[in-house]
Structure formats: C-alpha cells, structure tokens
Design a protein around this ligand. Sequence first.
Ligand code: IPT
Length: 957
Amino acid sequence: MIFSGEFHPFRLPVPGLWLDIFQKVKAAGFTGVSFYTNWGLLEGNPGQVVTDGVWSLEEFFASAKEAGIYLIARPGPYINAETSAGGIPGWVLRIKAQIRSMSEEYLNTTQKYVSTLGKIIADAQITKGGPVILMQPENEYTTWPGVTDFPSDTNKEYMAYVERQFRDAGIVVPFMDNDNEISGYFAPGTGPGEVDLYGIDSYPMRYDCANPYVWPTYRFSHDWQSTHQKQSPRTPFAIAEFQGGSGEGWGGVNQDKCAILVNEEAERVVYKNNYAFHAAIFNIYMIYGGTNWGNLGYQGGDTSYDYGAAITEDRQVWREKYSELKLQANFLKVSPAYLTAKSTASINGSYGVPDSISVTPVKGTDTNTNFYVVRHGDFTSLESTLYKLTVPTIIGNVTIPQIHGSLRLNGRDSKIHVTDYDIGGVALTYSSAEIFTWVKGPASSRVLVLYGSEGETHEAAFPLGLSKPILIEGPDIIVEQHTSMWILHWDVNSSRRVVHIGDLQVHLVWRNEAYNLWVLELPAENPIGNFTSMAKDRVLVGGGYLMRSAKIVGTKLDLIGDINATTTIEVISAPTVIKSISFNGLAYPISKTNLGSSTITVKYTSPGIKIPNISELEWKYVDSLPEIHSGFNDTLYTSLTRIESNNPRNLSTPTSLYAMDYGYHTGSFIYRGHFIANGHEKSAWLNISGGNGYGHSIWLNQTFLGSWVGEASIQNNVHNVKFSKELEQGKPYVLTVLIDHMGYDEEAPGTDAIKFPRGILNFDLSGHGQDDITWKMTGNFGGERYADLTRGPLNEGSMYAERQGYHLPSPPDEQWDLANPVKDGVEKAGVGFFTTSFDLNIPTGWDVPMSFVFNTSNKSSVDEYNTNNNYRCQLFVNGYQFGKYVNNLGPQTSFPVPEGILNYAGKNYIGLTLWALDQNGAKIDGFNIVPNNFILSGYQRPKPAPIPEWQQRQNAY
Ligand code: IPT
C-alpha cells in the first residue's frame, strides 16, 4: 500500500530539515510522500530555471531515501496548492494565450521548466535507485476549462502533450492523475491523455475552519468502490489527495482550528471510510504544510500554511491526529490481506448491528481475512451506540462479543474489526479491538498490539490449537474456551494487559497507550534499504515523543528519537536478543520488566536556553518611503507606456497600469502619477487591485490622502480621495500610491482568473482627462530579472529598503537613526524600516522551534480610521521574508521561522517594514521571538540555508 502524505519542499526552504519531516512521516507508519514543485518559484525570470540552493531537490531525494520514503512527484506545470497563480510564473500570465490550453504560445512557455524538472525527477526514479515511484502530470485538470463538455478533444490532446513532455524528459514511472470530479476522466482506456493509474481527489470536510465541529457531510462518500469499478477496474483504487487539514486566509481564524476540523475523529471516520472502499494508494494533503514565506502564497492565504496538518508548521508532532494516523498506517502496513481484499457495499444494520450503524465488509479474496469497517450510518452522529457483530470465521459464525455485553461505537468513531487475520503465521480468529501492529521477535515469537478506547468492551479470539492464554501483566480479563477457540474478553482501561498465548504475546492497550508506541523498520540490503517491505524486521518500542529510527548491531539496539520529558523507553520486541540499548548515541543501563522487555530511562532536564528579548534590543531605522518626501527622483522607475495588454481584462486607461505587464508580480507596488495642476482638481478616484485583504495608501506630493486598510475578501476596490487644498495651477504634482500584493488568485477553471491584474485598474482625476497623468511604477527591484536568486523571485517587494536590499544581513546602517518599532514606531502614514541583530546559541542535540510573535492589544477598532491600528509589517529573517502581518485583519500573529533560516549558532539579522496606513502613524504593540518547545532530539542539525549578505545594488533607487 502507498500510504503517503503531501509535503512541499518549497514551503520549508531549509534542505537540511527535509530529512526531519521524512522521518516524522515514516515514524507515523507511512510509506510515501507526494510533493509539488513550483514553476513560479523556479523560473521567475523567463528562461532561467534556478535549481540550486534551497531550490535544489538533491537533498530532498537523498533524505527521502534515507528515511525510506517513496515519492510521488507532481511538478505541474500548474499545481494550485494555494500558491500565487497556482505556480504559474508571472511572465507567463502576460501572454495572450489561455493558460493550460493547447495554444502553442502557452505550451512554449512550459518547455524549459518541464524539461529541466522532468530530467531532475527522472534521475531520481526508482529505476535509477531513487525514491520516485509515480508522477502526476498537471493537476486536477478535470475541471479545466469547465466540466460541461469535459474532456473535449483539446483537453485530451493537452494532457497527452504534457505527458509526452515528461516522457521525453525521461520519466518512465507510471503516471497518476487526480480527478476531483471523480468522473473517470483520463482513466486507463479512455484514449489520449489517459494515465496509468487513475486517482481521485476529495475534500469532504470542506474548509470552514471557523466552525470546526460542523461536519458538512454532503461530500462524504458512500460508494466509491463501485464507482471505481466502473471507472478504472484494472487499477488499484487511488486517492491522490485526501483532505488532511484545511487553510485559512486574511481576517479568518487561526489554522489550529483547521486541525480541529480535520482532527483525529475525522481521520477515524472518513479515512476508515476510504479503507472501506479499499483505497490502496492514499495520499493525505497535507501531512506537513509549512510556510508561505516570501510571498509564495495565493491571495486567499496568509503566511502560514500550517494547514492544520498532522505535523505542525514548526515541525512538531503533538497533534493527536498525528498519533491517530500512526495507528491506521501501521495497521494497513502489516495487513497485506487488505491489498487483495474486495470491498462490498456498506449496509446499515447488516451483520446484526442496529440500523444506526453501517458496516462495510472488505473481504479476502486469496486469504480468509475479512475486515469490517463500522461507523455510524450518520457520519456526524454523536450517539454512543451499543452493538454486536455477527460474522463468519473459518471456525464458524460468531456474534461478538460472545461472552457477554456489547461493543460500543462512541460518537464520531469508526472501527475496523477483523476475522481470520494472519499474524505472521499465527492465526487471530477475530478481534473487535483494533490492530495497531504485530511484529516478529526472536525464533517464532510474535507480539500483537490490540487497542480500544477507554470504557469499551472488546474480545479477541484465537484457535484452540494455540496454548491457553495466560495473563502476565495488568488487571483481570476473562479468558474462556468456547467451542473451538480461546476468547479474551476485557474492558479497556488505562492499564496495559499482556497475555501470553504460547509464543504469541498480546498487548491489550487503550488507544492513548498505543499512541506512545513506535514501530521501527530495520534497514535491509539494497535496493530495499530503508524503504518499506513486508519482509523486513521491525522493532516495537514504547514511549517517547518521537522515535525516528532503529538499527541493531550484534546485540546492541541503537535508537534515534526525540523526547520532551523524562522518558522510559521500552523495547517491547526486536527480532533478535538485545543486550544493550543506546538512545541518540548514548548508552543507557537496561532494566528488565516482568515481561522480559527491556527499558531504559532517558532524563530530560530543561536546557536553560536564553532567547533574547528582541524588542529590547537596539534597533536602527531608515525611512522606507522616500517617495513622499520632496525631491524624490523616480527616474529609474518603470514608465507605464504600453498602450496594449494581453490581459483578458480590457484596459480602462490610455496605457496599461497593470503591474504584470511591466514584469512586477509580487510583494507590493509603488505607483507615481505625474500631472501639471490646472487648479480645477477637487478629487481623484482609483480602482486598485492587490488581492484579498490588500491595503493601499495614497499621497499627493507630501500630503497623505488616505488608505484602504483592507478587508478579508476584497481583492480590488475603488477609492475616492478629496484634495483639501486647491492645487496651484501650472505646478507639477505627483500622486504616490503604495499597494500591497497578496498574491495572484488561483485558476478558476477556464476563466484565466489567475491573470486578474494587480496594480491600478482605472482612475480619474477631476478636472483632467486620463491622458493628463503620466504614470510610473516600481515593484521589486529588477522585476522578473530579480536580484536575489538565492531567495527567489517573489521574496521582495517595492519598498525602498527592499529595493536597496537592506532587508539582507549587514546593510550599511552606520548612519541610520536609532529607533525601535515597538517603542517608537513611525509617526505618520508611511513606511519605516527597522533592523536589529542578535545571537542565538542553541546547544546541539536540541530542536527548539521558534516563532516571531506580534502582540496585538487592540484589534477591536478594525473599522475605525486614524486609530493607529491599521498597520502592516513584513518580517525578514536573514533576508528571507517569513511574515506578512496585517494588524487590523489577522488572523496570524505568530510566525514560525525554521532553524537554518534562523542561525542557531551565531548571528541573526532581522528586518522589519512597518507600513502605517493611518494618519498618525503606528507602533507595533509587541514583538518578540518565542521558543515553542525544547526537544531533546535525534534530528540532524541542518546546514543553514544559504544566507548571502547585503551588497550594493547597481542602479538601485
Ligand atoms: C486541490 C488542489 O489539487 C491542491 O493543490 C490544493 O489546492 C487543494 O485543493 C486544497 O488545499 S483542488 C480542490 C478542488 C480539491
């Protein structure tokens, strides 16, 4: 089974941390990871595909292999993924042709990227010893350009074209697609564009993180297996993307709420529902979300792409949904009978259960093993329902529980009951308790772990041929001999029970204890290495925040893992006799339990790490909007003289004022409209576009005229400004407009919505024709010929400090003023740039994820004006933009910055733009760096990302 999770390397730009994520995914029992690559980040400058530094995939592939994770590559060209323009580079948006169409003009733009990435991925295929086993061309192309007559011949031709491009680049692994319409499009046998493995996408929990306990069941499935039989009967049922969390944007709620929307209960109910349909390729989107650093996100998201995923944005694994996944993935991994079983229809009230419960049998074909997936017929039910299950076994029909009492389904839960299940040669006649895993020990010994929720009654039965079960640890259970089986019957509580049945040791635990168990695959000979295989030896270990890997040398077991408290680690089973144990390279004295398992205790003492209070540091300041001071010279600005545009939105101005037409696609823009006054000017209006939640501020010469402070779902709007004083006839004036850019939209099928322009859409100046104003603008320095190849094409905006590169480490700040963003701020509408630096000295062996936190004392007056609350910041850490903060919108106030962007053994350089949108300026309410945890960790300290320093920029203005 491919049990995989989605993780985007470009959302964690520290290659040295990719192994950490892969190991955490592997530790959860997964076998794979699916990943996108982002064309827009790699080819910001047409023809120049950058694939080194943080953009290099070399370490991604090497780390996947080291962790033993197979990869599904999804290079697009279009990816969606809540990225700006869905990953289409800005310069491609300027073409006339429709994006993702068969037009040659569009197809030509893709060549360089597809051939470059295609080759890089091809070299990492399994056929060449690499981790890549599947590739997905395009992304959810099903809905393009609309489903009415889809797929047309053109669509088929287009898919076929993209596939050919990748085959030409050397891709030989099977192609998979992700059909979010679940319509069978491009399934094998459907002609041009068909893929090798048909896959679907599904987001049944939808996206309302603000109401995370409301399950909108209208997209829950009851019959995917029968649909699949019609659509692609000869391929395994594949789910290319299944909802693993959800996103949030400006003015929304914190993404922790998305983790509640798709929490452990949802995983139990909807994921197990997928297994009921016999999913054999299952990819969870996202398993680790990461960060929309450096403006890579689309307009609908903020800097965080935590996604409420099982692994948090700062790489922690405390969310219960992570542990729940571990239970499911490990079970499927040791249940090969599942892969050849056949799913049948789910029926409420079947197999003796009450009508409110639905049972889906997944029945063995070449084995006797059957799986019964049980849930409430009403997925959202909060009822606690008692039931008995009557099922056949090879020994005869049984009604479980046989001894007495009932099973219980408590609310939003789902269980997989098994019959005639094979524990590596030992038969389990049935179990109502769920299987976490089983492992082989020395000789013919086995350990089987069964779990249930506290308060539930469970039974497991074994053939009489095995010796009589003996309880050797824990409170009483009932052991009875019935006809021809031994039955264990127990009520789950927090105490573990261990039962010996001959060579088989059965652990009966409550779910929370199962959460603490880790199954570690031991390395095998190449080519399997660390990849998963049923034939592999496994070690079962209890305890610990995280166990990453195990290795046995002679009689010594070396464990690598993480703890955040003093932890007793129990080696419950290993394939050979273990006499000594090391944890993260240190040997610990062993104690033996009554069971014969070995324990070691690893002490945790707080590392006493000092983190500076950064708002108390000395900060330097430079004005970052010199445009609003007299004498500013904008000669080097771009003149907006194009009288035509390819954009589908017709021009409303004599020359195009769309920033994209001049190669500016990110961060922010500054427009300068020059005119000679005639004395009749009273007001002006501008229609300005910056994307959802964007803001803008307008000045006439040095006079502040007003701001649009932003609203969550408004991507452009018209702003009227009045001139308080009469303008002097014959005098030159300039309107300066600073506009925030929140990212392009994503593709709405067939509409070319991603091309919706940013910048000024239209304007009017009273007493003048539009021709009277000549416009100039700037975006990021260099536009598409961006200056910082290391940090990518989207990392910088238009502000003076950014154009000069002052956000990079060691700017020439000798002459700058001293001013503090919290204590001093900026005194009137405008932009200030603040910098400071500090040292970190985190001892090795400690993983200390940190966030920068803005304290907001006063969010209530969002709609008021002149309250000093309307301000926006960009946080640069060692030059990487790791935070876009909008005080009056939120929701994000805490910005995780990974180690490797932060230098944990030396100097760090912080740059902060503070844009005050109110007349009276702004002060940041509070700003600090906060450690989120102190984890004694077996991770490998990452090599820092490349951090080039400030250098004088030629012709910077
Ligand atoms: C699906 C996309 O394929 C994926 O890139 C991401 O954007 C995801 O949505 C949402 O997080 S598209 C949707 C129509 C299922």
